[in-house]
Design a protein around this ligand. Structure first.
Ligand code: TPP
Ligand code: MG
Length: 758
């Protein structure tokens, strides 16, 4: 059934299309000439042949009105500075059907045009008010129940709607991850916080479906289904035929998705509840029953422009605009209400106006509510840290029996073994953490049977089996999307990124998504994880840039992310324990950078000295977030701040410097690169006469800049001060690699330069 044709009044060239749509609705109802059919009973089809009952329809229509009047209200109150967001849901209100046909415990990752969905989902729990909650979000009030005034987002903790960012398509991987996690929980014996037959719902626009991040999620969904693994995700493509001002070619979505193996395609008319309800129902039931990735192509339209700032009359013809406005699903719903005899014209208009009043009243009330006025309050949920609980959790070692079973015997426990190198100690620590956390999962490229390209994860797959240690497909975006999905249902994911260079193409999954969840949900949702990344240079010229990447900057400026980089095996073990505790206790997202070149390093000063081997720390030992390791703390002539590969180089250079300059040299391994321990940097800088920073990362925006800033801000900038840093370039292959990264000789030479300062 097609939507009704609205009246086309003389005001057709009105600049204010929101008002035009509003007037269209009223005039359509007033001008309706049809004859009502006998009023259906609540359980009867709203119109003959419809899967939607009269009772369904009445609720859905009300949800549509909630959504529409929130949009109209936002357009009016924006100019009064009472509302700060005008991207609306008008034309998409049919998505309320998806909410009605799913459960409030089905995790939902929503498109920004989900006003109808939200209003309908609010019905699922008693005592909730979609209008007031939304109004508080529109007004950016600190009482906004989902984000606490940090963003206008669709979200609700009790309704399992996780708030999404404005980055289109970025939520598709984690929605799939959540669906996979729902199924995997059973295999690892993890108790889900939602029913076992839940599905993950993820909506997005037609233009967004072309995005690489969307395509990787579809591909992975298909790959998963192809392997006969279950992934009950319901992808809802809300096809309004346009993305801001760029039209999607007619038929493109159907053409692109109808015949994809492993992604089961359904179509529904989102402009017509009587028609679309049964179609949506078929898709939802298929997804829940078959546990297969399902693609619901939902026809929508976009009226009132992309946002309040989008004056479509400036770039679209009136004829086209009016044709779009004629497809308004609310006109069709009004027609159904009148035709079915469920409402007369007066009652319908009275409901319409009553909803307008309710939305305006809520918005005015929301405007009087408090806003965020305090920086500490803005940042409170971003990076929670409860040191005592984290320390207790990191040192918790109540899993002795499991350890014995995994390592074989008391004698074989790693702490009873001779000192070993970094790769081995990381490996042992991972085994321990897998004993400690039955909900921990490790996954990435080549991590399972092979144990990773550097065999750091060797043996884990054998010990903990497929359900907990597994290879993913070759896609970093999806690896990190999966991690968020597992975390969303309470697991502790440890995704591995094979090389730092390959983190960058998936960076948004951490920058835009994982690290923002606690912030935009006011701490109500969390996706804890410890991401391990093989990192940094010094691989004797082998591998070139992409295996020697040293851009730590890309990680360090991600709000809330914890970044650590151990330089020796014992530190790696205790840092990993602390990161897992940070994830478990405070929901933190952590990046653990493993210096590839130090994986196998055994010696420090001379071949065979074994000085870079370390004893394995017993499981009750951990590290405090930010805590530095100090070599030669009594030395005060020079302090060298470093980390990673810079550490053993600095220790060797320190001997040379002592010889050449006669200085006693203190070497500080910062270990934690974000947040930087500025207090420790200040303390050592104050205690020492000269300061040298050895930073293998890049000159611009690298860790070194942060260290120098901390020194200067501590009032120590007048002391002799230098940096030895990597250059702002890609790392070349072979011997040329050593031209761009710091060397021991550079450190010694820079110390000589320092000696020139008085
Ligand atoms: C990654 C990314 N690129 C660009 C944008 C800017 N942007 C916001 S919405 C949009 C169009 C989206 O169109 P569609 O997916 O069809 O959704 P619709 O707005 O039509 O519902 C664009 C380009 C963005 N938010 N995210
Ligand atoms: Mg669109």
């Amino acid at each position: 059934m097609s939507a009704a044709t609205p009246l086309i009044p003389a005001r057709q060239k009105d600049v204010n299309r929101a008002k035009v749509c509003d007037d269209n609705f009223i005039e359509f109802v007033q001008g309706w000439q049809g004859r009502p059919e006998p009023r259906p009973a609540p359980h009867e089809p709203v119109l003959e042949g419809s899967a939607c009952t009269a009772a369904d329809f009445l609720d859905l229509f009300e949800s549509q009105l909630v959504s529409r009047h929130l949009d109209l209200m936002a357009r009016v109150l924006r100019v009064q500075q009472k509302v700060f967001y005008t991207i609306g849901s008008s034309g998409h209100e049919g998505n309320a059907m998806v909410a009605r046909l799913t459960r409030h415990t089905d995790p939902a990752f929503l498109h920004y045009r989900s006003g109808g969905f939200m209003a309908e989902r609010f019905r699922k729990l008693p005592g909730m008010d979609p209008v007031m909650d939304s109004a508080l979000s529109f007004a950016a009030s600190s009482e906004d129940p989902i984000s606490g005034g940090r963003h206008k987002v669709w979200g609700s903790k009790p309704l399992w709607v996780l708030p999404q960012t404005s980055t289109i398509a970025s939520h598709l991987p984690k929605a799939l991850g959540t669906a996979i996690a729902i199924e995997q929980a059973r295999r690892i014996g993890h108790a889900l916080p939602i029913p076992d037959d839940s599905i993950a719902i993820c909506s997005f626009g037609d233009a967004s479906s072309n995005h690489a991040t969307a395509q990787t999620a579809f591909n992975t969904a298909q790959w998963t289904a192809y392997q006969k693994l279950q992934a009950p995700v319901l992808y809802v493509c809300e096809d309004n035929g346009i993305g801001i001002s760029v039209k999607t070619p007619g038929g493109w979505i159907a053409n692109a998705f109808r015949d994809r193996h492993g992604l089961d395609y359904f179509y529904a008319d989102g402009l017509d509840i009587a028609e679309g309800y049964g179609q949506v129902q078929a898709a939802v039931e298929h997804c829940r029953r078959s546990r297969r990735p399902t693609f619901l192509h939902l026809r929508t339209t976009r009226i009132m422009g992309h946002a309040g700032t989008d004056f479509e009359i400036e770039w679209r013809s009136f004829e086209e605009l009016m044709a779009v406005e004629a497809s308004d699903p609310l006109l069709r719903s009004a027609q159904i209400a009148l035709q079915s005899g469920l409402m007369g014209k007066d009652e319908l208009l009275a409901r319409y106006e009553a909803m307008r009043q309710r939305c305006f009243a809520a918005a005015e009330e929301a405007d009087r509510k408090p806003k965020l006025t305090d920086l500490a309050e803005v940042m409170r949920p971003l990076a929670p840290y409860t040191p005592d609980r984290v320390a207790a959790e990191a040192a918790r070692s109540d899993y002795a029996e499991k350890r014995l079973a995994v390592f074989g015997s008391e004698a074989k426990l790693p702490e009873n073994q001779p000192p070993r190198h970094l790769a081995i100690q990381i490996n042992q620590a991972l085994h321990d953490l897998f004993c400690k956390y039955p909900e921990a999962l490790l996954f990435g490229e080549d991590v399972a049977q092979k144990g990773g390209v550097y065999t750091v994860t060797k043996g884990l797959h054998k010990a903990f089996k497929n359900a907990r240690v597994f290879n993913t497909l070759l896609d970093e975006t999806m690896i990190l999307g999966l991690a968020q999905g597992y975390a969303n249902v309470g697991m502790l994911p440890m995704p591995e990124i094979q090389y730092l260079a390959y983190f960058h193409n998936a960076c948004d999954q951490i920058r835009g998504e994982a690290c923002s969840l606690q912030f935009f949900s006011n701490g109500q949702f969390r996706n804890p994880m410890v991401m391990r990344i093989a990192s940094l240079g010094y691989q004797r010229g082998f591998g070139g840039h992409f295996h020697n990447d040293n851009s730590i900057t890309a990680l360090r400026d991600i709000p809330g992310l914890v970044v650590g980089c151990p330089s020796r095996g014992d530190d790696a073990a205790t840092m990993l324990r602390t990161m897992m505790a940070l994830a478990k206790v405070d929901g933190r997202v952590c990046a653990f950078l493993e210096p590839i070149a130090l994986y196998m390093t055994k010696d420090l000063y001379e071949a065979g000295d074994g000085e870079w081997l370390t004893a394995y720390p017993a499981p009750d030992q951990a590290m405090v977030l930010g805590e530095e390791r100090v070599y030669f703390p009594e030395a005060t002539d020079l302090v060298i701040f470093s980390f990673g590969n810079g550490l053993p180089m600095s220790l060797r250079a320190a001997r040379e410097i002592e010889r050449a300059q006669g200085w006693r040299v203190r070497v500080v391994d910062l270990r934690w690169l974000q947040p930087l321990n500025t207090e420790a940097i200040a303390r050592h800088a104050m205690q020492c006469a000269r300061i040298l920073v050895v930073d293998e990362g890049r000159r611009s925006a690298g860790v070194g800049e942060g260290i120098i800033t901390a020194v200067v801000e501590a009032g120590q900038g007048a002391k002799p001060l230098r940096r030895v840093v990597g250059e702002d370039t890609y790392t070349p292959l072979a011997g040329a690699a050593f031209l761009v990264i710091p060397s021991e000789a550079d450190i010694v030479a820079m110390a000589a330069d320092l000696a020139k300062d008085r």
